[in-house]
Design a protein around this ligand. Structure first.
Ligand code: MSP
Length: 504
């Protein structure tokens, strides 16, 4: 197994309103990816944070009767709280109002300016403040509405500093040609490549009419366009977070499809201009939908993750989001499908099997995992294959497929218990070795399941491993095997992992 460095980022979230399931989704998927990499022995750096400048934040602060700084402090804290509640094991939380970030943004922009890639020009266009971006007239819906938020756009005209994005077309195309996996999935790679092929307009990278932002170093009357300020967070964090410098370039930027262009086109061009090494890969996921529409603070169509966590616990939410919403595609969050997956998959297929296994080992073998008589070679091969398939799925940045692969094993173990009926073997004195074997296979198979599933449900899988007599501590990938040395471990009966939840 290769051990390497793995630097993963989430987008930094706008602090205009409280987090919802859409944000939790990106952060949870990212957390699952980094936990898997830690299991492989990689040296992980997991970066997340908040995007705190710009008109969108300034306006929401005003509406809340607070200064932008007070507003950003309050809402950035809510995102940190979300990280804690969803179990995100980030290594550094960046805020773009951090002075160290501000100074680094100013430095890097000066470099781009000195290279001759920035010039002064005037611009007029339709602006959506919720997106913090200009739209071409043809992209608007209902004449004057933002295609993402459906809210009215505004005509904004000012004299700004421009980045010569158009000059990077060939270099960007070369990047895409050399690295066919630069953007995942391939449909998003194609979409980004098409944007570049069609030709790029230069980008206005400063604003004169707002003051809540990073002052342009050579023209402090203007502030840096919030997206440029924000994109650089990935790099600036490695400049000032302690011990983080060696992590650049990022291995993986994770994000929703709404911000593809910024990351797949503008971001690499800015880095090329600044002479900074490019990130290795971007992975783009779909939207979490509610009632068929994107969840968004701006439209008010949101699901609050916290009540689900209160009712079912955190790990079922992490599992549900991974399994129900195919990574890379849009998927609908619904209370009904949540409840259905919780009861049929988690409570019945996984939790029940664990309890039955531990109880049978208690009853028939005094709580000690019996020896492996080597009669289940097929299952040994299946567990090895499941582990390899999970690794391959994570290499392809597909946590949904990883869980699907693990579930093949869960169902295999459920079939095993029905086929071999240990409760019948227990009545037959001549079948002692057969009973040993089935109990060993079930316990060892479940142990492998809990190890592989641990990045998705760290709490529940740790409980399952403890019940199976596995030593405490974060499990490593190498432990997902049918190791005969596991025999002799003492199981510890536990309450149901996923208790039934009565309808409220
Ligand atoms: N601040 C910018 C990102 C700057 S990164 C340099 C931003 N912030 S955001 O808070 O509006 O959204 C950030 C991310 O949250 C999205 O890219 C996506 O990953 C996630 N999501 C927000 N709503 C979502 C859904 N309804 N569904 C899935 N993800 C969603 O854009």
């Amino acid at each position: 197994m290769s051990h390497g460095q793995f630097f993963l980022t989430t987008p930094i979230y706008y602090v205009n309103a409280a987090p919802h399931v859409g944000h939790a989704y990106t952060t949870i998927m990212s957390d699952i990816l980094v936990r898997h990499h830690r299991q492989r022995g990689d040296d992980v750096f997991f970066l997340t944070g908040t995007d705190e400048h710009g008109a969108k934040i300034a306006r929401s602060a005003e509406a809340a009767g607070r200064t932008p700084r007070e507003h950003a402090d309050a809402l950035s804290a809510r995102f940190r709280e979300m990280d804690e509640v969803v179990g995100a094991t980030y290594d550094f939380f960046i805020r773009t109002t951090d002075e160290r970030h501000v100074a680094e943004v100013q430095n890097v922009l000066s470099v781009i300016h000195d290279r001759g890639d920035i010039y002064k020009g005037s611009y007029g266009g339709w602006y959506c403040t919720a997106c913090e971006t200009f739209y071409a007239e043809g992209d608007l819906v209902d004449e004057n509405r933002c295609p993402i938020h459906g809210t009215a756009v505004e005509w904004v005209e000012e004299e700004n500093w421009f980045f010569r994005l158009s000059a990077f077309r060939d270099r960007l195309l070369a990047l895409y040609d050399e690295n066919l996996a630069f953007v995942l999935p391939s449909s998003r790679y194609n979409e980004a490549r098409r944007m570049i092929e069609l030709g790029l307009d230069d980008l206005s990278i400063s604003r004169s009419q707002i003051s809540w932002g990073v002052p342009v170093p050579w023209d402090p009357e203007q502030v840096v366009y919030v997206w440029v300020d924000a994109l650089f967070n990935y790099w600036t964090a490695t400049r000032f977070a302690e011990g983080a410098e060696h992590y650049w370039p990022a291995d993986l930027h994770v994000m929703g499809k709404d911000i593809l262009k910024f990351h797949a086109v503008i971001w690499p061009a800015l880095l090329m201009s600044a002479g900074i090494e490019l990130p290795k890969q971007l992975t783009i996921h779909g939207y979490v939908l509610k009632g068929g529409e994107k969840m968004s603070k701006t439209t008010g169509n949101i699901v609050d993750p916290f009540p689900f966590i209160d009712q079912y616990g955190l790990d079922p939410l992490r599992y549900y989001l991974t399994r129900e919403i195919r990574f890379g595609e849009d998927g609908t969050f619904s209370a009904e499908s949540f409840d259905a997956r919780y009861h049929s998959e988690l409570a019945n297929e996984f939790g029940n099997l664990l309890n039955r296994t531990v109880n049978m080992i208690g009853r028939y073998r005094d709580g000690v995992v019996p020896p492996d008589h080597g009669r289940d070679a097929e299952l040994v091969a299946e567990v090895d294959a499941a582990r390899d398939n999970v690794v391959a799925a994570f290499d392809a940045v597909d946590p949904t497929r990883a869980v699907d692969e693990i579930w093949v094993l869960v169902r295999r173990l459920n079939r095993l218990v029905e086929e071999r009926a240990p409760w019948k073997l227990a009545k037959d004195e001549a079948a002692g070795d057969d009973l040993d074997q089935v109990l060993f296979s079930l316990a060892a198979g479940l142990r492998a399941v809990a190890v592989l599933l641990w990045p998705v449900m760290p709490g529940k899988c740790s409980d399952a491993l403890a019940a199976l007599g596995h030593p405490a501590g974060d499990p490593t990938l190498a432990q997902a095997t049918m190791d005969p040395g596991y025999a002799g471990a003492t199981v510890a009966p536990c309450p149901p992992l996923f208790p039934r939840i009565e309808e409220q």
